[in-house]
Design a protein around this ligand. Structure first.
Ligand SMILES: [Zn+2]
Length: 240
């Protein structure tokens, strides 16, 4: 069973449905409830198609919906601040979201220094399942960079958006090459075998957030097909 803690507002359920069904999940039923103790609203979702726990990218996407506060796989009980949430950390999700938003702003303000800031952020969650948090950070930064530097002009179709905009936006991440619907990054500053906890999460989040800002690529799917952390030559991504 999937439980999403939400701020009460109309339309949120629709957004949650869109997000899950877009990734092939089939929801059989939904039921709103109140968490004992703090009276927070949650929605209980019965899933027929698709596995739980959700993959980190999907958790990240759900948490990016305005009003979605936490994802749980057991009936929510009163928040103590110490219970592990979807991120596996002891931060409450609201604090976490604030932190992510703050770090995202910091990165955008000084984008040439993105590497150390992201790596510090990732390391501050070391030992926990930080994939979805780092993805969420990348997603926000990607969206902000698109709005700041690329939103003017005619929206480009996927292949052109990859070549003319996204490749340029991530040029400080490593040596970027783009071919048709594929992007490879040699020597990604976020990924190396010396740090097995590093992964392409930030880059993948960035690409997703960036592309989803444009009407022509808002449905684009990003797949991480290789990563230097796993000993491969480069970090590469396929888009559809
Ligand atoms: Zn990688």
């Amino acid at each position: 069973m999937l439980y999403v803690v939400v701020e009460e507002h109309s339309g949120i359920l629709l957004n949650i449905y869109r997000c899950l069904t877009g990734d092939g999940y089939k929801i059989v039923s939904n039921q709103f409830g109140k968490r004992a103790g703090d009276n927070k609203t949650f929605v209980k979702l019965e899933i027929e198609n698709g596995t739980l726990p959700l993959p980190p990218e999907l958790e990240g996407k759900l948490l990016n919906i305005s009003g979605c506060e936490d994802i749980l796989y057991q009936e929510p009980t009163a928040e103590t601040g110490e219970t592990a949430n979807a991120s596996g950390s002891s931060h409450s999700n609201e604090q976490l979201k604030e932190k992510v938003a703050q770090v995202a702003k910091e990165i955008v303000a000084n984008f040439s220094n993105v590497g150390p800031v992201v790596n510090n952020f990732t390391q501050s969650f070391q030992g926990t399942n930080n994939s979805s948090i780092v993805f969420m950070l990348g997603h926000q930064v990607g969206a902000m960079i698109y709005k700041k530097d690329y939103a003017l002009g005619k929206p480009l179709k996927l292949e052109k958006a990859l070549k003319r905009m996204l490749s340029q936006a991530i040029s400080s991440f490593g040596k970027v090459s783009c071919n048709d619907r594929m992007i490879s990054i040699d020597n990604s500053i976020f990924c190396n075998t010396a740090n097995p906890n590093s992964r392409c999460d930030f880059t993948k989040g960035f690409m997703t957030g960036f592309l989803h800002q444009s009407p022509t690529t808002k449905e684009a799917k990003v797949e991480n097909i290789s990563c230097r952390c796993q000993g491969q030559m480069s970090c590469s991504f396929e888009f559809r």
